[in-house]
Design a protein around this ligand. Structure first.
Ligand code: 4NP
Length: 162
């Protein structure tokens, strides 16, 4: 891969699912020795939690699997659609909101759903864990570990083909 590949993960609040996706993907990329070739970030549809660390429950569950969630919540901006190659939402509502925010057709084509890249899990979205118990946070991590592995494989294999 010649250029830096830029991925933005997006959920509603940017304090649970997308910061976790960011951490999971960063670890996969690092373990594959591809850190220099990727820029990975996350953002939220709403700015309600802007400036906050990830939800403490999400951080605790992620830490048990070896992920350090250190991103600070921020809302998606129009500039993100120009800056990133891939903008990945967690559920259908995120996708609808991202499509509404997309400034042009090129940006629109950058929008994908996280579970498009799932390898083993049959969920078609990553459920919002905010009002769930511990199981919801574990499910988020299970789905993200599966789908991020698929995403990395999709990117690296399409680069091998080109
Ligand atoms: P996230 O979870 O979208 O995975 O970060 C949520 C966080 C906050 C809220 C909803 C979902 N909220 O309504 O404040």
């Amino acid at each position: 891969m010649k250029e830096t590949y830029k991925i933005l993960f997006v959920c509603l609040g940017n304090i649970c699912r997308s910061p976790s996706a960011e951490a999971v993907m960063k670890k996969l990329v690092k373990d594959a020795g591809l850190q220099e070739q990727f820029f990975i970030d996350s953002a939220g549809i709403i700015g309600y939690h802007k400036g906050e660390q990830a939800d403490p429950r999400m951080r605790t569950h992620a830490a048990r699997r070896g992920y350090k969630l250190d991103s600070i919540s921020r809302p998606v901006q129009t500039q993100d659609f120009f800056d990133f190659d891939l903008i990945i939402g967690m559920d259908n509502r995120n996708i609808e909101d991202l499509r509404e925010k997309a400034p042009d057709l090129v940006s629109m084509r950058k929008i994908h759903q996280m579970t498009e890249f799932s390898r083993n899990r049959l969920y078609d979205y990553v459920p919002d864990p905010y009002y769930s118990g511990a199981d919801g946070f574990e499910l988020v991590l299970d789905l993200l570990e599966d789908a991020c592995a698929g995403l990395l494989e999709a990117i690296t294999s399409s680069n091998r083909d080109n």
